[in-house]
Design a protein around this ligand. Structure first.
Ligand code: NAD
Length: 336
């Protein structure tokens, strides 16, 4: 298949681009290379005849239309977004323009392109919007996990912008018949994540002997999924999912932030003991909580597992060891 991936220089996008190429697809990666994009995450791909890179902004609607027309994709996988909740609190404007207007501009381009297609190419076409479980808001302890039927209740400017873009994608399917898929995934972790995010930040602060800041009481719970399991789920849903549907993706790995720091520090204590003999856990400091901080997210991925047979390859214990080893340079830097 010819696939356009937006945001392919980001954390999930760069892992997805490599997976798609390994599985024999052709990929055009469209990325604006914001502070979050890292072109080195794609090192080694430039020579591949199946891979092309377009340095462009998804908000540029005429360029998006021209690119779809000229490249002629079978699938569009839309990941480009502003993705950091803290930044959305400090400066929400880019979240509105990239996440909402950028998605709108791609939907317009995709619809125009889809209408120009005929025959098998038209039947194959899919627009896949990669979204987050954060659109569902927050859960109390013991409340059932989010299903695809959970009402949207976003609490941060980030999740509000993703929720809005999800609604536009749904509307383009219902109103114009554009074949769309939406996936709402839980928190990802793994190689190539931006250092501002929780897990890379814990690892780098520990290795530099800096304090490890934890919001509030450290009891906020997230449902963690190894990034390659997310990418494999996206590929499976493209092959076997039904247009117009939403699928939740998650690995049943609910952990609070203290458990995450604890797991990482234990691996680091074993792999790279600190010179002073102290545990890295001694670097943990509790800091003022994030405003509107959602207490708990949990994904019910029953639909994906029963309808499409998906299962995560990694559990948290195996995935976090791989992740720490990657940041320590023990795993091939290009591989995930
Ligand atoms: P990321 O911040 O690591 O990467 C985002 C990429 O998008 C970067 O390469 C950046 O340069 C690019 N980008 C930003 N604005 C752009 C624009 N206007 N035009 C073109 N490119 C632009 O994000 P990520 O963590 O890889 O997340 C990717 C997608 O998956 C996002 O849509 C996010 O909402 C979603 N998601 C992320 C997680 C997670 O835990 N990271 C979980 C569920 C869903």
């Amino acid at each position: 298949m010819k696939v356009i991936v937006t945001g392919g220089a980001g954390f999930i996008g760069s892992n997805l681009v490599r997976l798609l190429l390994e599985r024999g697809h052709e990929v055009l990666n469209i990325d604006a290379l914001t502070y979050a994009g890292n072109i080195h995450s794609l090192d080694g791909l430039a020579d591949s005849p199946a891979y092309r890179f377009l340095h462009a902004d998804v908000r540029d609607s005429s360029l998006m239309s021209r690119t779809l027309r000229e490249y002629g994709p079978d699938w569009v996988m839309h990941l480009a977004a502003e993705s950091h909740v803290d930044r959305s609190i400090d400066d929400p404007g880019n979240f509105m323009t990239t996440n909402v207007m950028g998605t709108f501009s791609l939907l317009q381009a995709a619809l125009e392109y889809y209408r120009s297609l005929e025959g098998e190419k038209k039947e194959r076409f899919l627009f896949h919007h990669i979204s987050t479980d954060e659109v569902y808001g927050t859960l109390r302890p013991g409340e059932p996990a989010f299903t695809e039927a959970t009402p949207y209740a976003p609490n941060s400017p980030y999740s509000a912008s993703k929720a809005s873009s999800d609604h536009f994608v749904r509307a383009y399917h219902e109103t114009y018949g554009l074949p769309t898929l939406i996936t709402n995934c839980s928190n990802n972790y793994g190689p190539k994540q931006h250092p501002e995010k929780l897990i890379p930040k814990i690892i780098s602060n520990a290795l530099e002997g800096k304090n490890i800041p934890i919001y509030g009481d450290g009891k906020n719970v997230r449902d963690w999924l190894y990034v390659l399991d997310h990418c494999k789920a996206v590929d499976l849903i493209f092959h076997r999912g039904k247009a117009g549907e939403t699928y939740n993706i998650g690995g049943h790995n609910e952990k609070n932030n203290l458990e995450i720091v604890d797991a990482i520090c234990s691996i680091l204590d074993r792999e790279v003991p600190a010179a002073d003999g102290k545990s890295y856990k001694e670097l943990i400091v509790f800091v003022k909580d994030r405003p509107g901080h959602d207490k708990r997210y949990a994904i019910d991925a029953t639909k994906l597992t029963t309808e499409l047979g998906w299962k995560a390859d990694e559990n948290f214990a195996s995935g976090i060891v791989k992740t720490v080893e990657w940041y320590l340079g023990k795993l091939n830097k290009k591989a995930a």
